[in-house]
Design a protein around this ligand. Sequence first.
Ligand code: NDP
Length: 307
Amino acid sequence: MNITDVLILGSGPAGYTAAIYAARAGRSTKIIAGPQPGGQLMITSVIENYPGFSDPISGPVLMDQIRRQTEKMGAEIISDAIKSVDFGKCPFICVGESGVSYISRTVIIATGANAMWLDIPGEKEYQRAGVSACAVCDGFFFRDKNVAVIGGGNTAAEEALYLTNFAKSVLLIHRRGQLRAEQILQKRLLENSKIEIIWHTEVTDILGDGSRVTTLLLTNTKDHTKMKKSVDGVFVAIGHRPATEIFRNQLALDDNGYIVTNKTNFTTSIPGIFAAGDVCNSLYRQAIVSAGQGCVAAIAADKFLSV
Ligand code: NDP
């Protein structure tokens, strides 16, 4: 039986950083890259706040650097996605979609979080036909078009600002009268002449002509009046859901599905299983935070193995 010291699930900043530390500590280390190798930064255009880069760096370039560093340290990166786990006893077993069983003395879960959807009529039907959850991926297709962004957090603000690089106009539709986004982003939104904010409003339907999005049906959350807005595209930016479905009956999760961890050493409810990054962190979803947590989890896993 080939038993690894440290098995890492997920290849975003948390997973790769955990692998760098585990491999550098001399532990046999495997990373299962998961369904989106490189994680969310692979669909992020510009990163200005990751220390070490005085000029903005693109997400894919940053992740490529971190992946190379990880490989140089001796960690093995495997293209597979885990479909089930058995954390009943150590060594732990994780089964990949490939059919391979990965067996390890410790596991660090860094599977991240996925975009949430509104679950309204038209949303699924027009995905890739005007409905998107990623301005960086799809904004280019809306040059000189009218688009809407739904949400009031940092993601929505960043998506709206990014879309002004292409679109003729950007509606930011928010269900309340106050944004969650950071002040600096709010200032940029208000100063941008291409952006109009529609407050106290929910999108109830996404309509189209059968092949593309054409119209949003909106309802005012205060007086319940309805209106229509013509748009060519709509970007849903209402938050993320942690990728924890396969751990549901094995680990303690919070009410929103995030893995419950001890924030000192990122242990989970099972000794030997650790979690790091967005999968256990709904508040500070930053690459640098995830990387830091991956580091801590790997050091803690090394200590666990030393006992
Ligand atoms: P948030 O949870 O911060 O914001 C989600 C937004 O979507 C909220 O404004 C919320 O409204 C709205 N919303 C949620 N559900 C619905 C719904 N069903 N219908 C309509 N609106 C809805 O998520 P984000 O993805 O924006 O950010 C998550 C975390 O990541 C935050 O901690 C953020 O700071 C961080 N982040 C940081 C960035 C940076 O620093 N550069 C970039 C992107 C994210 P309401 O306000 O009413 O609850």
